[in-house]
Design a protein around this ligand. Structure first.
Ligand code: PGA
Length: 251
């Protein structure tokens, strides 16, 4: 698949069903086919309803925020790829730093989840990014490289070509501190070069790499205009339709 401009909203554990439907409707009313692809990662309880709201709008897709690596069975509380697919979602966010930190999801587990998602015709949005201490020590590229090697680089070329990557420095998530456009570009360029080394120029050039971490209407344009930043994964600012729409239209 070719590189695509994407603006994805990660609602996290926010909104009730009514609020979620209102938000999805508010965003869909204002988006146009010429906008970047819009993805709404709603809570699992709203996915079906949100998918219904956007089902006839070609430029909007729905994502789950996580899934099980198992296909079905006695896994209380988990959600399978089959369930996600059946309600019309196309993407699954995997490896968000909150899943890594609070739910102890490591690279080995994420490698399994990525494979399960792709084997079942869904598309992963794979998150990577370093904590502040790692950035301060100057080890951010090494940290992200390990996340990619252990979580993604087991994939065949054909499968890897379907993956969307989101670089989200943990120190920028929900903190109001955004990576500077130069910091974002530097890491996105490094990530693309890591992909070149593993999968070659063509696949690397076609890989969509999103930036995440305090993306707002005020900083989206400058971030998205960096040559290796292909859009954003937006948390807080995706919860207000007006702000999210401004980010979608930022470029
Ligand atoms: P934020 O979250 O935009 O609220 O910083 C981004 C994310 O966690 O994906």
């Amino acid at each position: 698949m070719s590189r695509q401009l994407i603006v994805a909203g990660n609602w996290k554990m926010n909104t009730n069903l009514k609020e979620g439907i209102k938000l999805a409707k508010g965003v869909s009313k204002k988006t146009k086919p010429s906008d970047p692809l819009v993805i709404m990662a709603a809570p699992a309880t709203h996915l079906h309803a949100v998918a219904e709201v956007v089902k006839d709008i070609p430029g909007i897709q729905v994502a789950a925020q996580n899934c099980s690596q198992e296909l079905s069975g006695a896994y209380t509380g988990e959600i399978s790829v089959g369930m996600i697919k059946a309600i019309g979602a196309k993407y699954v966010i995997l490896g968000h730093s909150e899943r890594r930190q609070y739910f102890k999801e490591g690279n080995a587990l994420l490698a399994k989840k990525v494979k399960t998602v792709l084997d079942n015709s869904l598309l992963p949005i794979f998150c990577c990014g370093e904590p502040l201490a790692v950035r301060k020590a100057g080890n951010h590229a090494r940290h992200v490289s390990k996340q990619l090697r252990e979580g993604l680089f087991h994939l065949s070329k054909k499968d890897f070509a379907k993956v969307v990557i989101a670089y989200e420095p943990i120190w920028a998530i929900g903190t109001g501190v955004t990576a500077s456009p130069e910091q974002a570009q530097e890491m996105h360029d490094k990530i693309r070069k890591m992909i070149v080394r593993k999968y070659g120029d063509k696949i690397a050039d076609n890989t969509t790499i999103l930036y995440g971490g305090s993306v707002k209407p005020a900083n989206a344009k400058v971030l998205f205009s960096q040559p290796d930043v292909d859009g954003g994964l937006v948390g807080g600012a995706s919860l207000k339709a007006d702000d999210f729409v401004k980010i979608i239209k930022a470029r």
